[in-house]
Design a protein around this ligand. Structure first.
Ligand SMILES: *Cc1c(COP(=O)(O)O)cnc(C)c1O
Length: 376
Protein backbone atom coordinates (compact mmCIF):
# COMPACT_ATOMS: atom_id res chain seq x y z
CA UNK A 1 0.00 0.00 0.00
CA UNK A 2 1.40 3.43 -0.99
CA UNK A 3 2.38 5.67 1.89
CA UNK A 4 -0.06 8.43 2.74
CA UNK A 5 1.18 11.80 4.10
CA UNK A 6 -0.08 10.66 7.50
CA UNK A 7 1.99 7.49 7.24
CA UNK A 8 5.05 9.55 6.24
CA UNK A 9 4.63 11.71 9.32
CA UNK A 10 4.27 8.67 11.54
CA UNK A 11 7.30 7.06 9.91
CA UNK A 12 9.38 10.23 10.42
CA UNK A 13 8.26 10.38 14.01
CA UNK A 14 9.15 6.76 14.49
CA UNK A 15 12.56 7.17 12.86
CA UNK A 16 13.34 10.26 14.87
CA UNK A 17 12.45 8.36 17.98
CA UNK A 18 14.63 5.41 17.04
CA UNK A 19 17.51 7.82 16.36
CA UNK A 20 16.87 9.53 19.69
CA UNK A 21 17.17 6.17 21.40
CA UNK A 22 20.57 5.58 19.82
CA UNK A 23 22.07 9.00 20.51
CA UNK A 24 23.32 7.93 23.91
CA UNK A 25 27.09 7.81 23.76
CA UNK A 26 27.87 10.41 26.43
CA UNK A 27 31.59 10.97 25.96
CA UNK A 28 32.23 14.62 26.76
CA UNK A 29 34.19 16.62 24.10
CA UNK A 30 37.96 16.23 24.62
CA UNK A 31 37.19 14.62 27.99
CA UNK A 32 37.26 18.22 29.23
CA UNK A 33 34.49 18.12 31.86
CA UNK A 34 35.75 18.56 35.44
CA UNK A 35 32.93 16.57 37.01
CA UNK A 36 32.55 12.90 36.14
CA UNK A 37 29.37 12.08 34.22
CA UNK A 38 26.62 10.30 36.15
CA UNK A 39 26.17 7.27 33.94
CA UNK A 40 22.73 5.81 34.48
CA UNK A 41 22.76 2.65 32.44
CA UNK A 42 22.08 -1.03 33.02
CA UNK A 43 23.66 -2.26 29.77
CA UNK A 44 26.44 -1.40 27.29
CA UNK A 45 26.81 -1.94 23.56
CA UNK A 46 29.17 -4.91 23.17
CA UNK A 47 31.56 -6.02 20.43
CA UNK A 48 30.84 -9.41 18.83
CA UNK A 49 33.22 -11.00 21.33
CA UNK A 50 32.25 -9.30 24.64
CA UNK A 51 35.25 -7.83 26.46
CA UNK A 52 36.26 -4.92 28.68
CA UNK A 53 35.09 -3.42 31.99
CA UNK A 54 31.70 -2.26 30.82
CA UNK A 55 29.70 -5.27 29.67
CA UNK A 56 26.80 -5.20 32.11
CA UNK A 57 26.26 -2.60 34.79
CA UNK A 58 26.37 -5.01 37.72
CA UNK A 59 30.05 -5.49 36.72
CA UNK A 60 31.11 -1.90 36.22
CA UNK A 61 29.98 1.70 35.77
CA UNK A 62 32.05 4.72 34.68
CA UNK A 63 30.83 6.83 37.63
CA UNK A 64 32.05 4.15 40.06
CA UNK A 65 35.32 4.04 38.14
CA UNK A 66 35.82 7.82 38.54
CA UNK A 67 35.34 7.51 42.30
CA UNK A 68 37.33 4.29 42.65
CA UNK A 69 40.27 5.83 40.79
CA UNK A 70 40.20 8.83 43.15
CA UNK A 71 39.96 6.59 46.23
CA UNK A 72 42.74 4.38 44.88
CA UNK A 73 45.03 7.43 44.80
CA UNK A 74 44.08 8.29 48.40
CA UNK A 75 44.47 4.72 49.69
CA UNK A 76 47.38 3.90 47.40
CA UNK A 77 45.52 0.65 46.76
CA UNK A 78 42.94 -0.86 44.47
CA UNK A 79 39.46 0.12 45.66
CA UNK A 80 35.97 -1.31 45.24
CA UNK A 81 32.95 0.81 46.19
CA UNK A 82 29.71 -0.32 47.85
CA UNK A 83 26.26 1.16 48.55
CA UNK A 84 26.96 1.33 52.33
CA UNK A 85 29.67 0.72 54.89
CA UNK A 86 27.97 -2.53 55.92
CA UNK A 87 27.88 -3.75 52.30
CA UNK A 88 31.66 -3.18 52.18
CA UNK A 89 32.24 -5.05 55.45
CA UNK A 90 29.93 -7.90 54.38
CA UNK A 91 31.84 -8.19 51.06
CA UNK A 92 35.07 -8.79 52.98
CA UNK A 93 33.46 -11.37 55.27
CA UNK A 94 31.69 -13.34 52.54
CA UNK A 95 34.48 -13.27 49.98
CA UNK A 96 37.04 -14.46 52.53
CA UNK A 97 35.48 -16.75 55.14
CA UNK A 98 34.62 -20.43 55.00
CA UNK A 99 32.97 -22.75 57.54
CA UNK A 100 35.37 -23.54 60.35
CA UNK A 101 37.27 -20.24 60.07
CA UNK A 102 37.74 -18.28 63.30
CA UNK A 103 37.31 -14.50 63.24
CA UNK A 104 38.08 -11.94 65.93
CA UNK A 105 35.93 -8.81 66.00
CA UNK A 106 36.18 -5.78 68.28
CA UNK A 107 33.62 -6.02 71.11
CA UNK A 108 33.58 -2.21 71.17
CA UNK A 109 33.46 -1.66 67.41
CA UNK A 110 30.58 -0.83 65.10
CA UNK A 111 27.61 -2.76 66.49
CA UNK A 112 26.11 -3.97 63.19
CA UNK A 113 29.39 -5.65 62.22
CA UNK A 114 28.95 -8.00 65.19
CA UNK A 115 25.23 -8.45 64.44
CA UNK A 116 26.13 -9.42 60.86
CA UNK A 117 28.63 -12.01 62.09
CA UNK A 118 26.29 -13.43 64.76
CA UNK A 119 23.25 -13.54 62.47
CA UNK A 120 24.80 -14.87 59.27
CA UNK A 121 28.40 -16.06 59.73
CA UNK A 122 27.95 -18.09 62.93
CA UNK A 123 25.05 -20.22 61.62
CA UNK A 124 27.19 -21.03 58.55
CA UNK A 125 29.94 -22.45 60.73
CA UNK A 126 32.27 -19.47 61.16
CA UNK A 127 33.47 -19.18 64.76
CA UNK A 128 33.00 -15.58 65.90
CA UNK A 129 35.03 -14.27 68.83
CA UNK A 130 35.29 -10.76 70.22
CA UNK A 131 37.94 -8.75 72.03
CA UNK A 132 37.96 -5.21 73.43
CA UNK A 133 40.11 -2.87 71.35
CA UNK A 134 42.37 -1.95 74.27
CA UNK A 135 42.88 -5.70 75.04
CA UNK A 136 44.05 -6.63 71.51
CA UNK A 137 47.65 -5.94 72.57
CA UNK A 138 47.70 -9.05 74.76
CA UNK A 139 45.24 -11.27 72.86
CA UNK A 140 46.56 -14.58 71.51
CA UNK A 141 45.87 -14.54 67.75
CA UNK A 142 46.80 -18.19 67.06
CA UNK A 143 44.38 -20.10 64.84
CA UNK A 144 42.49 -17.06 63.54
CA UNK A 145 41.65 -16.55 59.86
CA UNK A 146 40.61 -12.89 60.18
CA UNK A 147 41.31 -10.17 62.73
CA UNK A 148 39.21 -7.03 62.49
CA UNK A 149 40.47 -3.81 64.05
CA UNK A 150 38.58 -0.57 64.58
CA UNK A 151 40.72 2.14 66.10
CA UNK A 152 39.70 4.51 67.66
CA UNK A 153 36.92 2.27 68.98
CA UNK A 154 33.33 3.32 69.18
CA UNK A 155 32.23 5.06 71.37
CA UNK A 156 35.00 5.01 74.03
CA UNK A 157 37.82 5.94 71.59
CA UNK A 158 40.23 3.23 72.79
CA UNK A 159 43.16 2.50 70.48
CA UNK A 160 44.84 -0.60 69.09
CA UNK A 161 48.36 -0.67 67.66
CA UNK A 162 47.70 -1.59 64.02
CA UNK A 163 51.33 -2.40 63.14
CA UNK A 164 51.71 -4.66 66.18
CA UNK A 165 48.41 -6.49 65.52
CA UNK A 166 49.43 -6.99 61.87
CA UNK A 167 52.82 -8.45 62.79
CA UNK A 168 51.30 -10.91 65.26
CA UNK A 169 48.29 -11.75 63.08
CA UNK A 170 50.46 -12.42 60.03
CA UNK A 171 52.73 -14.68 62.09
CA UNK A 172 49.58 -16.60 63.04
CA UNK A 173 48.44 -16.80 59.40
CA UNK A 174 45.52 -14.40 59.80
CA UNK A 175 44.34 -11.61 57.52
CA UNK A 176 43.93 -8.16 59.13
CA UNK A 177 41.00 -5.93 58.20
CA UNK A 178 40.87 -2.37 59.55
CA UNK A 179 37.62 -0.41 59.66
CA UNK A 180 39.10 3.07 59.12
CA UNK A 181 35.80 4.95 59.03
CA UNK A 182 36.48 7.36 61.88
CA UNK A 183 39.94 8.52 60.76
CA UNK A 184 39.70 8.33 56.93
CA UNK A 185 42.92 7.69 54.94
CA UNK A 186 44.04 11.24 55.81
CA UNK A 187 44.07 10.54 59.55
CA UNK A 188 45.42 7.00 59.61
CA UNK A 189 46.90 4.67 56.97
CA UNK A 190 46.25 1.05 57.96
CA UNK A 191 47.57 -0.43 54.70
CA UNK A 192 50.93 1.32 55.27
CA UNK A 193 50.96 -0.19 58.77
CA UNK A 194 50.57 -3.72 57.38
CA UNK A 195 46.81 -4.28 57.18
CA UNK A 196 45.66 -6.53 54.34
CA UNK A 197 42.33 -4.81 53.77
CA UNK A 198 40.80 -1.53 54.80
CA UNK A 199 37.05 -0.94 54.92
CA UNK A 200 35.32 2.41 55.30
CA UNK A 201 31.80 3.68 55.84
CA UNK A 202 32.07 6.67 53.49
CA UNK A 203 28.64 7.59 54.84
CA UNK A 204 30.61 9.38 57.58
CA UNK A 205 33.53 11.81 57.18
CA UNK A 206 34.72 10.69 53.76
CA UNK A 207 31.58 11.92 52.02
CA UNK A 208 30.95 14.23 54.93
CA UNK A 209 27.68 15.88 53.92
CA UNK A 210 25.27 13.43 55.58
CA UNK A 211 23.38 13.01 52.31
CA UNK A 212 24.26 9.46 51.21
CA UNK A 213 25.21 6.02 52.53
CA UNK A 214 28.32 4.59 50.91
CA UNK A 215 31.35 2.37 51.54
CA UNK A 216 34.58 1.08 50.09
CA UNK A 217 37.14 -1.70 50.43
CA UNK A 218 40.81 -1.20 49.50
CA UNK A 219 43.69 -3.65 49.37
CA UNK A 220 47.14 -4.01 47.83
CA UNK A 221 46.69 -7.78 47.68
CA UNK A 222 45.33 -8.74 44.26
CA UNK A 223 43.86 -12.02 45.56
CA UNK A 224 41.87 -10.32 48.32
CA UNK A 225 40.59 -7.34 46.34
CA UNK A 226 39.80 -9.67 43.43
CA UNK A 227 37.58 -11.70 45.76
CA UNK A 228 35.81 -8.54 46.91
CA UNK A 229 35.23 -7.44 43.31
CA UNK A 230 33.84 -10.86 42.37
CA UNK A 231 31.52 -10.76 45.40
CA UNK A 232 30.05 -7.41 44.29
CA UNK A 233 29.63 -8.52 40.68
CA UNK A 234 27.94 -11.80 41.60
CA UNK A 235 25.82 -10.71 44.56
CA UNK A 236 24.88 -7.31 43.12
CA UNK A 237 25.65 -5.16 46.19
CA UNK A 238 26.39 -2.28 43.81
CA UNK A 239 26.33 1.47 44.42
CA UNK A 240 24.05 3.75 42.43
CA UNK A 241 25.85 6.06 39.98
CA UNK A 242 24.28 9.16 41.53
CA UNK A 243 25.46 8.11 45.01
CA UNK A 244 28.96 7.48 43.63
CA UNK A 245 28.92 10.95 42.09
CA UNK A 246 27.89 12.53 45.42
CA UNK A 247 30.74 10.78 47.23
CA UNK A 248 33.20 11.84 44.51
CA UNK A 249 32.08 15.42 45.06
CA UNK A 250 32.31 15.10 48.85
CA UNK A 251 35.73 13.47 48.65
CA UNK A 252 37.22 16.45 46.82
CA UNK A 253 36.85 18.61 49.96
CA UNK A 254 37.80 15.89 52.48
CA UNK A 255 41.19 17.41 53.23
CA UNK A 256 39.88 20.86 54.15
CA UNK A 257 36.88 19.47 56.01
CA UNK A 258 38.80 16.89 58.01
CA UNK A 259 41.53 19.34 58.85
CA UNK A 260 39.02 21.90 60.24
CA UNK A 261 37.13 19.17 62.13
CA UNK A 262 40.25 17.78 63.82
CA UNK A 263 41.74 21.17 64.69
CA UNK A 264 38.40 22.22 66.23
CA UNK A 265 38.09 18.87 68.04
CA UNK A 266 41.50 19.30 69.70
CA UNK A 267 40.68 22.84 70.84
CA UNK A 268 37.24 21.80 72.12
CA UNK A 269 38.61 18.68 73.86
CA UNK A 270 41.25 20.78 75.66
CA UNK A 271 38.66 23.28 76.85
CA UNK A 272 36.10 20.63 77.88
CA UNK A 273 38.83 18.84 79.85
CA UNK A 274 39.53 22.07 81.74
CA UNK A 275 35.84 22.64 82.59
CA UNK A 276 34.77 21.48 86.08
CA UNK A 277 31.22 20.71 84.85
CA UNK A 278 32.63 17.94 82.62
CA UNK A 279 33.41 14.76 84.57
CA UNK A 280 35.63 13.11 81.96
CA UNK A 281 36.97 13.71 78.45
CA UNK A 282 38.42 11.06 76.16
CA UNK A 283 40.26 12.32 73.07
CA UNK A 284 43.28 10.58 71.49
CA UNK A 285 44.93 13.95 70.88
CA UNK A 286 45.05 14.80 74.61
CA UNK A 287 48.03 13.66 76.72
CA UNK A 288 45.46 12.38 79.25
CA UNK A 289 44.33 9.66 76.81
CA UNK A 290 45.75 6.29 77.99
CA UNK A 291 47.13 5.56 74.50
CA UNK A 292 48.21 9.09 73.58
CA UNK A 293 51.73 7.97 72.62
CA UNK A 294 50.28 5.40 70.22
CA UNK A 295 47.92 8.05 68.81
CA UNK A 296 50.91 10.28 68.06
CA UNK A 297 52.66 7.42 66.30
CA UNK A 298 49.75 5.97 64.39
CA UNK A 299 47.38 8.86 63.67
CA UNK A 300 48.12 12.17 61.96
CA UNK A 301 45.89 13.93 64.52
CA UNK A 302 43.41 13.12 67.29
CA UNK A 303 40.41 12.78 65.00
CA UNK A 304 37.04 14.54 64.98
CA UNK A 305 35.30 12.56 67.75
CA UNK A 306 35.34 13.44 71.44
CA UNK A 307 33.89 11.34 74.26
CA UNK A 308 32.75 13.37 77.24
CA UNK A 309 30.86 12.49 80.37
CA UNK A 310 28.48 14.88 82.12
CA UNK A 311 26.92 14.37 85.56
CA UNK A 312 23.94 12.29 84.47
CA UNK A 313 21.40 11.56 81.74
CA UNK A 314 19.46 14.78 82.33
CA UNK A 315 22.60 16.95 82.16
CA UNK A 316 23.68 15.25 78.93
CA UNK A 317 20.27 15.60 77.27
CA UNK A 318 20.08 19.25 78.40
CA UNK A 319 23.54 20.01 76.98
CA UNK A 320 22.74 18.53 73.57
CA UNK A 321 19.33 20.22 73.36
CA UNK A 322 20.69 23.61 74.48
CA UNK A 323 23.39 23.85 71.80
CA UNK A 324 22.00 25.26 68.54
CA UNK A 325 24.93 23.85 66.57
CA UNK A 326 24.62 20.25 67.76
CA UNK A 327 22.34 17.88 65.85
CA UNK A 328 21.11 15.01 68.05
CA UNK A 329 22.05 12.31 65.51
CA UNK A 330 23.54 8.82 65.70
CA UNK A 331 26.02 9.33 62.90
CA UNK A 332 29.26 11.31 62.83
CA UNK A 333 31.83 12.83 60.52
CA UNK A 334 29.53 15.33 58.79
CA UNK A 335 30.02 19.04 58.26
CA UNK A 336 27.34 19.68 60.93
CA UNK A 337 28.46 18.91 64.49
CA UNK A 338 26.32 16.26 66.15
CA UNK A 339 26.14 14.51 69.49
CA UNK A 340 24.32 11.74 71.25
CA UNK A 341 24.06 10.08 74.61
CA UNK A 342 25.33 6.59 73.88
CA UNK A 343 23.62 4.81 76.78
CA UNK A 344 20.38 5.23 74.80
CA UNK A 345 21.68 2.48 72.50
CA UNK A 346 22.68 0.25 75.41
CA UNK A 347 26.44 0.92 75.12
CA UNK A 348 28.34 0.04 78.30
CA UNK A 349 28.97 3.69 79.22
CA UNK A 350 27.86 6.09 81.95
CA UNK A 351 24.33 7.60 81.57
CA UNK A 352 25.89 11.05 81.02
CA UNK A 353 28.37 9.82 78.36
CA UNK A 354 28.20 11.77 75.07
CA UNK A 355 29.90 11.09 71.75
CA UNK A 356 30.53 14.46 70.17
CA UNK A 357 31.25 14.64 66.46
CA UNK A 358 32.89 17.96 65.65
CA UNK A 359 31.91 19.38 62.27
CA UNK A 360 33.07 22.27 60.11
CA UNK A 361 31.58 25.20 62.03
CA UNK A 362 34.17 27.95 62.66
CA UNK A 363 36.04 26.81 65.78
CA UNK A 364 35.47 29.74 68.12
CA UNK A 365 31.77 30.05 67.24
CA UNK A 366 31.34 26.34 67.93
CA UNK A 367 33.16 26.55 71.24
CA UNK A 368 31.06 29.54 72.38
CA UNK A 369 27.88 27.59 71.61
CA UNK A 370 29.14 24.52 73.49
CA UNK A 371 30.24 26.60 76.48
CA UNK A 372 26.82 28.29 76.61
CA UNK A 373 25.09 24.89 76.43
CA UNK A 374 27.23 23.60 79.31
CA UNK A 375 26.05 26.55 81.38
CA UNK A 376 22.38 26.01 80.46
C1 LIG B 1 28.56 3.78 60.14
C2 LIG B 1 29.64 2.76 60.28
C3 LIG B 1 29.59 1.56 59.57
C4 LIG B 1 28.43 1.17 58.68
O1 LIG B 1 28.23 2.07 57.64
P1 LIG B 1 26.81 2.20 56.90
O2 LIG B 1 27.08 3.06 55.73
O3 LIG B 1 25.84 2.79 57.90
O4 LIG B 1 26.38 0.81 56.50
C5 LIG B 1 30.65 0.68 59.72
N1 LIG B 1 31.69 0.95 60.53
C6 LIG B 1 31.76 2.10 61.24
C7 LIG B 1 32.94 2.35 62.12
C8 LIG B 1 30.73 3.03 61.13
O5 LIG B 1 30.80 4.15 61.86
Amino acid sequence: MPATPTDDTARADAERFARLLHLSTHATPNNAAFGPPIVNTSIYALPPQPSGTYQYARWGNPTWTALEEALAVLEDAETITFPSGMAAIAAVFYSLLKPGDRVLLPSDGYYTTRICADTYLAPMGVIVETCATAALATRDLAGLRLVMVETPSNPALDLADIADVCTRAHAAGAVVVVDNTTMTPLGQRPLDLGADLVVSADTKALNGHSDVLFGHVSSRRADLIGGVRDWRRIVGAIPGPHEAWLVHRGLETLEVRFSRMCISALTIAQRLAADPRVQAVRYPGLPSHPAHALAQRQMTNGGSLIALTLADEAAADRFIAACPYLRPATSFGGVHSSAERRARWGDAVAPGFIRLSVGCEPTEVMWSALAAALAA
